[in-house]
Ligand binder design. Structure first.
Ligand code: HEC
Length: 92
């Protein structure tokens, strides 16, 4: 369940963050674009900065009001799963 999953993720050790990022992403974002968007050859995000910008843009468009921490969790989730940029969390 969305709410339970997110609440349970709060205050947990750092290792839980990717899990929270996954939940946030699956609940808010994945309905529209499947994981295919992120692995296609012509993918738009070509650097950690661009990936971060996409996450900001989409969460803004959906008016999700994610905190910096939540944005970073989703970033970690997507980077871990698809992009594998060397910088795990870009500097703010
Ligand atoms: C209304 C449908 C829709 C929703 C909801 C949506 N996206 Fe997207 N997203 C797209 C489309 C379409 C593209 C491809 C855009 C393009 O090619 O310019 C895209 C592209 C992206 C990319 C770039 C992928 C690449 O090419 O590397 C990222 C990252 C991304 N979205 C993240 C998110 C996140 C995070 C959320 C949730 C906060 C989200 N999106 C919600 C439709 C959506």
């Amino acid at each position: 369940m969305l709410v339970a999953g997110i609440v349970a993720g709060w205050g947990m050790p750092v290792t839980a963050d990717i899990q929270r990022g996954r939940l946030l992403y699956e609940n808010h974002c994945q309905a529209c674009h499947t994981s295919v968007v992120h692995v296609r050859e012509q993918r738009k995000a070509k650097s950690s900065a661009e990936l971060r910008a996409f996450i900001l843009r989409w969460s803004g468009e959906l008016k999700l009001k994610w905190s910096d921490e939540e944005l970073a969790d989703v970033y970690r989730h997507l980077n871990n799963l698809h992009y594998k940029f060397p910088v795990e969390t870009p500097a703010k």
